[in-house]
Design a protein around this ligand. Structure first.
Ligand code: CA
Length: 520
């Protein structure tokens, strides 16, 4: 896509959005909202954002949203794992307020609380969620829901079981999960909704989540090429103790199942499971005894990244089908379209897969948005924004008043003018032994405190060190910066009400809240 010069970028704020309900006499109907979200889709794998994968593995359909609308470059999640980010998006509140703060042992989402789909539904919108939900309890606030139910709500790439409207279970065996979700979403738009009302559809893929199992239609993609390794592929984590102590390395923590190894045919049941999941935490395996060390790490990366990017291609095609549907059915002009992911992901950076850390690759979310007549095509926005801002922004765009207890800020009428974004991650040790931490990021610096079973602070200068390799916490030249960042951190914590003691934070990590909403 076209990138604008810096001055234009700074000036290219979104045109003031018009809440048609308050415009008395404005004949335009309220906008429809199509909220598309993938799972674990890193901005590095969206070609709009450029980068080393943009030519090798382009996403032309997702890019259409940015070309006809805006690409947002500084959107961050509050807590970089699936359920907690989704809960923050729905409620516009941070994890400690909506109480869904970890996937493992964190219970289920309290669906009786206020969410933006409920508020839109009450304001006359037809609402639906199709695809991944992953919050335990059945969706509330939707006229129609068809969400993954099996595999503890993760769903599966093949033969996924869906729950429809919180009741009926159906197994879909004809298509890959991405294609199935696309079919279902188009079907609902076409024949499932009340067309006299505006709609808000959450169209949410399982892909490209682990174990990255693409549709066979894409299996030859990238077959003859080698994907380059990111600059930090061989990071040695000097000066960053938490980064050195984790279970998300490509070299040590990918399983045979992740890398599609074929098990010996005689293995069955538990033995088979054990074989497939071997490797999950530092268990050595190699497909070939002569393949070891760095060469083995490189081989694993190629296997991993190619399947990941094949899953992305499936998502891109499904987005294209949907955009075509909107255009062919006269819906494109009055539909806000958003493309995002519940968080980012490591695609080999720091030698990792997965997410959770407050480093850029997993903290940042891809976020593209079009709204004809309101956002100038080709806009690039660099305001500091968060996932908790989505709910108030969409409410404002729909002309619905924003309840005072929503913590996010609408960017519907331009920048909320945030000085910093706030982050807090709680889950430990499962699944990837990432130390609980909180922190802030400004447009230049990042301060992180890893507090659970260590007491480590990290300070990065993102301008001079965008890869976050040099921890400046002890650097005398940054003493003033550190002082200011610690004051800003306290202000951010006060502002969002995250003022727990370290003991209370650790107790949240230690708590094991059963899931009452069990899937098979
Ligand atoms: Ca996710």
């Amino acid at each position: 896509m076209k990138t604008k010069p810096m001055l234009a970028v700074l000036c290219a704020l979104i045109a003031p959005w018009i809440a048609t309900e308050t415009m008395g006499g404005d004949p335009r109907p309220r906008p429809n909202i199509l909220f598309i979200m993938a799972d674990d889709h890193a901005f590095q794998a969206v070609s709009s954002y450029g980068g080393m994968l943009s030519k090798i593995a382009p996403t032309p359909n997702i890019d259409r949203i940015a070309e006809s609308g805006a690409r947002f470059d500084s959107v961050f999640c509050n807590n970089s794992i699936c359920g907690p980010s989704r809960a923050a998006i729905l409620t516009g509140k941070f994890s400690h307020m909506n109480r869904f703060y970890k996937n493992e042992g964190g219970g289920d989402f309290d669906g009786s609380q206020q969410t933006f789909p409920k508020l839109l539904q009450a304001a006359g919108y037809q609402t639906a969620v199709i695809g991944k939900w992953h919050l335990g309890t059945a969706p509330t606030g939707f006229d129609y829901s068809k969400v993954f139910f099996n595999n503890a709500g993760q769903g599966t790439y093949w033969d996924p079981v869906f729950q429809i409207n919180g009741k009926e279970l159906v197994t879909e065996s004809q298509f890959h999960s991405t294609r199935q979700v696309a079919n279902d979403a188009i079907q609902w738009l076409d024949a499932g909704r009340d067309k006299t009302k505006p709609f808000m559809l959450m169209y949410q893929f399982k892909a490209p989540h682990r174990n990255w199992d693409p549709d066979p239609a894409y299996k030859e993609l990238f077959a003859d090429i080698e994907i380059p390794e990111p600059e930090t592929f061989n990071d040695r984590y000097e000066g960053r103790r938490a980064a050195a102590d984790q279970w998300l390395s490509i070299e040590h923590d990918l399983t045979r199942l992740d890398l599609k190894q074929i098990p010996p045919s005689e293995l069955k049941g538990e033995e088979l499971k054990k074989w497939l999941h071997w490797g999950v935490r530092n268990q050595f395996w190699t497909p070939d005894p002569s393949l070891k060390g760095q060469a083995l790490k490189q081989w694993k990366y190629q296997r991993y990244i190619k399947d990941y990017l094949r899953c992305v291609r499936g998502v891109d095609d499904a987005v294209g089908r949907m955009l075509d549907y909107l255009e062919e059915n006269g819906l494109a002009e009055n539909t806000i379209v958003i493309y995002t992911s519940d968080q980012g992901f490591y695609l080999g950076e720091h030698g990792w897969f997965d997410k959770r850390f407050m480093y850029e690759e997993s903290f940042r979310m891809p976020f593209l948005m079009r709204w004809p007549g309101h956002i100038e095509p080709g806009t690039v926005n660099t305001d500091l924004l968060m996932n908790v801002d989505f709910a108030p922004t969409l409410l404002a765009a729909a002309g619905v008043s924003i309840p005072a207890d929503i913590q996010g800020q609408s960017f519907a009428n331009g920048s909320p003018g945030r000085k910093a974004v706030y982050y807090h991650y709680y889950e430990f040790p499962f699944w990837h032994r990432v130390q609980p931490h909180y922190g802030i990021r400004t447009d230049r610096y990042k301060l992180i405190h890893f507090y659970y079973s260590m007491d480590e602070w990290e300070l990065f200068d993102l301008k001079n060190d965008p890869n976050e390799l040099k921890n400046l916490i002890q650097d005398p030249a940054y003493e003033e910066v550190l002082k200011k960042m610690k004051i800003e951190l306290k202000e951010q914590q006060q502002a969002c009400g995250d003022t727990m003691s370290l003991e209370e934070m650790r107790a949240m990590t230690d708590a094991r809240i059963d899931r009452i909403y069990e899937s098979k």
